[in-house]
Design a protein around this ligand. Sequence first.
Ligand SMILES: [Zn+2]
Length: 724
Amino acid sequence: MGKDYTNIKTMKQLELQIRQLENDAVKCEDIIRKDLEYAAYFYRPRRLISSIGVFIKHFVMNFFRSMVIILGLGVALNACSSGGDPKEFIYSIDQFADIEVLRYQVPNWDALTLQQKEYVYHLSEAAKAGRDIIWVQNFKYNLPIRKVLEAIIEKCEGKSGPEFDEFMIYAKRVFFSNGIHHHYALDKIIPGCSMDFFASLMDEAGCSDAKEELLPIIFDPVLYPQMVYQGTDKDLVAASAVNFYEGVTTAEVNAFYDAREVPGDPRPISHGLNSRLVKVDGKIVEQVYKVDGLYGEALKVIIGHLEAAAEVAENDLQKRYIAELIEYYKTGDLHIWDRYNVSWVSDVDSDIDFINGFVEDYSDPLGRKATYEGIVQYRDKEASRRTEIISENAQWFEDNSPVDPRFKKAEVKGVSAKVINVACIAGDNYPATAIGINLPNAAWIRKEHGSKSVTIANITKAYDKATEQSPKSVLTEFAWDQEEIDFCKKYGSETGDLHTDLHECLGHGSGQLLPGVSPNALKEYSSTIEESRADLFALYYIADPKLVELGILDNPEAYKAEYMNYIRNGIFTQFTRVELGKTNTQAHMQNRKLISEWVFEHGQDENVIEKKVRDGKTYFVINDFERLRELFGEFLCEIQRIKSEGDYEAAKTLVLKYAVNIDPDLHKEVRERYAQLNLKPYRGFINPDIVPVEKDGKVIDYKIVYGESFIDQMMEYGRKYATL
Ligand SMILES: [Zn+2]
């Protein structure tokens, strides 16, 4: 937690870091997990997964592992397999272009009361009712184009052939991106079918009138090429297709809002957050999103669902902030938005929580205007219990660690993270979503009232499981034998989560500096050493019988999966993310390499970890797990000593020797083998449906129904949530 981002001084730096992580993430599978923890706390939801869209101002990375990419055999295999083992939930339901679509489960739904389910239901309807807003925000022609796509798909059902297949791929890509620009790269998606063919489909679907206007927008690569302009030689606002401005320049926008700033205001509102700025007859006009303003028709529908939700809220605090949110949507008054956020952030005890609003400004080239997004979530009691148990026993772990007693804390406090599941993702957080969220964004609210951080368990799990279910993955390619693959599939996800918990809840908080030692003594090596310390604490304890005793693990051998995954990644597979010829520079990647290389070398005499080659492919195989655990403990002692004493020279020597330089042959090999896996770099989700069950005209329950088709959900949402 804290330690991970202490070096980040500004939001800009944070974003750059997140960007970097994102870039990394799309290239590799396995990794992320540990990297991302901090992302987890900083994560802006969508940004992680989809570029500019993000969600949380500070998201997370635990999810990064979510980014894990997979290669599926394909739609056919996945879509049809629902007929197999009725117990196995199939996660991957569609693949096209560079996208894989998954679905997520809603665990322990029936542990919620009927009233809670009803609350979730109405909040979800509210979230989805804003769908059209994000389409219009992303680009002014998105909605008319989407309606054409929907009309064609409806009218041309049963059509086939290579050109029609290309049309369908285009339609799915547009649906996935909430518009005609790629959700991550932000450049325009051009159909793979011909314009003539597209035009003939429009004729068939009764959309001939729109051809003249829309076909050039869809096909001409020169028109609106980028949603957010990425270059430096044009006006950012004028060159970006995103629909926050019309007819104004960057200088005009800045001048307009600078004039509104109140110098020295300790609680500034987020000027321009919920509006579009346009020039009408030479005059600059701000079109505010509110009931009698821009997007009013959508906001009215959202308000209706929010009112229904308030009726069945869990407590008065929820009722209060829902009322504030409604008032904000009615007036567009950003003071009320802040008031709502202050109330919302104070609600830490409710089981159910949500995000609904214009929240993240990533899609605005000037970082001011926010996109619509929604999420409905409920507490994962099982996972939260795990972090609570760990935190409650923090002192035991501290007292029993192998480090020198001088470096231990007499009194240590664990941290417990809130783990949630989502029941609905919407707006800019759908279909591509985040795996962790930290809000609100206003700096003064964060300072005075704090923020809420969550990690989204069921989304993370869906990523893991989809990877496991895919026939080819980093695991199957780089594990030594079937036994290793099976064992890692069985315990890898569980022990991976547990590693993250131990690292976050205990690792960073353990140990102490000797009196007089500066926390910054390790300077440029401090992040790598600190992450190593937390990882080693986790690696050492994940093999401890105490975890079985506490009821956290049921198999005392399960930790071996984490050891295998950790070493394989740290010493080898993570370098798929580094360009050939470059060194290893990212702190989390350095820490994993440092640990893996150190234990490899120090266990070499006893052959603890063995480098094997078969058919020209390299593998790292652990022969002695117990000795490996001891080595982790020994290295933890040394790393803790370096930290506690502020031994800069020792930190430098270790990092330079073990963490930076990548063996060029291994590097080349891992990149080649990874490329052949041909994994889809982007993944997103469809939502489950929450369906009211009626009896004698009364709703007696809400059922979760899992859809099986991406395009079906897109068509259904197009009909059901058409507001603009
Ligand atoms: Zn960390």
